[in-house]
Design a protein around this ligand. Structure first.
Ligand SMILES: [Zn+2]
Length: 487
């Protein structure tokens, strides 16, 4: 089941705001107290904690809906559990979980769920607050209506628990929709690889390529290789510059008596100005754009297994500080998560392959590639150039095929691995016919490239703009596949 949380601002009068604040502070107090107790006494079961605390708080706060008390205790139990888990892993430094803010959970008895769900166009909710049932109007927006439409069509459900949350001085109701993943017949196999400024894509369209593959002289090269510009690195660099300018300007007004500067980045002024830059918003926008692009049609989406910290492993062999910073700014995980969510929503499936040597091996000759003085271009010992991104996405596709097990460059994998066993155990997502099809496509692709390997390079590295490491990229037009290929 796929979940989508949609926050809708509440129309709040002064009186109602006061009321909500008071509920929030009581609720927060309960969560804090119970969580601290749970950790100290090693009692994390919600039921046990309820037995210990319920009547106490009911007595203390008779105006608070009984189910809010129960929800607060439950929330405390969850917080305690995750805190203890973190502590076990050595990630928590403090003796108690620090609960700074809470979202108030109204279960179906504490708001008018039954009535709401029956409505065709709900515009307000009723919350059980200390002064009784209180009607609150919603500032509904397009996103909400989109999901509500799914509810009306029985393609989604609304979770019974409503979350009420404050951000700054505004109150929001968070509706959680549970969407049934679509079952789509895959129309293509799309592999992608995330880089600093681009996302490299290899696309095999299943229906339309059948005859194209047979016809060697056609303009098509399958998989189609292209890339989507994201400019995450460039974005990060630009904002870095703007931030530095702000710091310089603010420094003047934050000079200490001894002539030194206070740490400007801790000031309210700085935070206010940085917020206005909307860096995160723009990044999120680009992430969504890429996810949309990759999941347009139901597809089998193939990507590398990212570690917990993909940025770290990527910068291992990167020297410059500035570049390290930019790679850290590349939202690998966010992009992957968004693609995964969108994929499920639209009937695509995500398949992970190992990241082992994807961009280190020639996808035609299966020998180790050598570096050139251009980070993007690698050289095959058999005498041709290969674009790093292309190598990566084609090798990912190779890893879907039975042949991958016998290729020497994946020698760390068990060579005696039985394909049938593999098919059953680790590849339930991709039907065998499609695997065979991919295999055929790749073999044809390679046969064609063997005659004209230059198509795998993105131009002549001798004349291309040379920049060490990923610093370059500005001039890499991935649309260009050399003569005969692309488009
Ligand atoms: Zn080669």
């Amino acid at each position: 089941m796929l979940c989508r949380a949609v926050a809708v601002e509440l129309e709040v009068t002064k009186g109602l705001s006061k009321l909500l604040y008071s509920v929030e502070s009581v609720y927060l107090g309960i969560v804090r107290e119970v969580a601290a107790y749970a950790v100290e006494h090693n009692v994390t079961s919600a039921i046990q904690l309820r037995g210990l605390f319920y009547s106490k708080y009911r007595g203390e706060y008779p105006g608070l809906h009984s189910h809010l008390v129960i929800q607060a205790i439950r929330q405390a139990s969850e917080i305690a559990k995750s805190f203890m888990e973190r502590r076990r892993k050595g990630l928590a430094q403090k003796p108690y979980p620090e609960v700074r803010n809470v979202s108030i959970r109204f279960d179906e008895t504490a708001w008018n769920y039954e009535q709401f769900i029956k409505s065709i166009a709900p515009v307000r909710i009723k919350l059980s607050l200390p002064n009784g049932q209180t009607e609150v109007w919603l500032r509904l927006h397009k996103r909400f209506w989109r999901y509500w439409w799914l509810v009306l069509n029985k393609e989604a459900g609304l979770r019974k628990t409503l979350i009420v949350k404050r951000r700054a001085n505004k109150w929001y109701a968070v509706f959680v929709f549970e969407i049934k993943p679509k079952e789509g017949i895959p129309q293509s196999v799309v592999s992608f690889d995330i880089n600093e400024n681009t996302v490299a894509v290899g696309r095999i369209d299943i229906e339309t390529t059948v005859d194209k593959v047979a016809d060697w002289n056609r303009q098509y090269l399958t998989p189609q290789l292209y890339s989507i510009r994201t400019d995450f690195g460039r974005l990060a660099r630009r904002y870095e510059k703007i931030r530095n300018t702000i710091i310089e300007r603010l420094k003047q007004s934050f000079t200490l008596p001894n002539g030194k500067y206070a740490n400007v980045t801790n000031t309210r002024e700085f935070r206010k100005r940085v917020k206005r830059l909307r860096e995160r918003v723009r990044k999120v926008g680009r992430v969504r754009y890429v996810a949309n692009e990759l999941t347009k049609t139901p597809a089998i989406i193939v990507t590398e297994e990212l570690g917990d910290n993909p940025q770290e492993s990527m910068i291992e062999d990167v020297g410059k500080d500035e570049l390290r910073h930019r790679i850290k700014q590349t939202p690998f995980k966010a992009l992957e998560k968004t693609v995964e969510g969108k994929a499920l929503e639209r009937g695509s499936k995500l398949f992970h392959v190992s990241s082992y040597r994807n961009s280190k091996v020639c996808p035609i000759h299966f020998v180790r590639l050598e570096r050139t003085d251009d980070w993007h271009t690698l050289k095959c010992p058999l005498g041709h150039y290969v674009d790093r991104d292309y190598a990566s996405v084609i090798n990912m596709d190779w890893k879907l095929t039975p042949e991958s097990w016998t290729k020497a460059f994946w020698w760390n994998m068990k060579q005696e691995m039985d394909w049938r066993e593999y098919e059953q155990k680790s590849n339930p997502i991709i039907p065998y016919e499609i695997v065979q099809y991919i295999h055929a496509v790749l073999k044809t692709f390679v046969a064609r490239l063997e005659r004209c390997p230059a198509m795998l390079a993105q131009g002549d590295p001798m004349t291309r703009h040379r920049i060490q490491n990923e610093g370059g990229g500005e001039e890499t037009s991935h649309a260009l596949l050399g003569q005969g290929g692309g488009q």
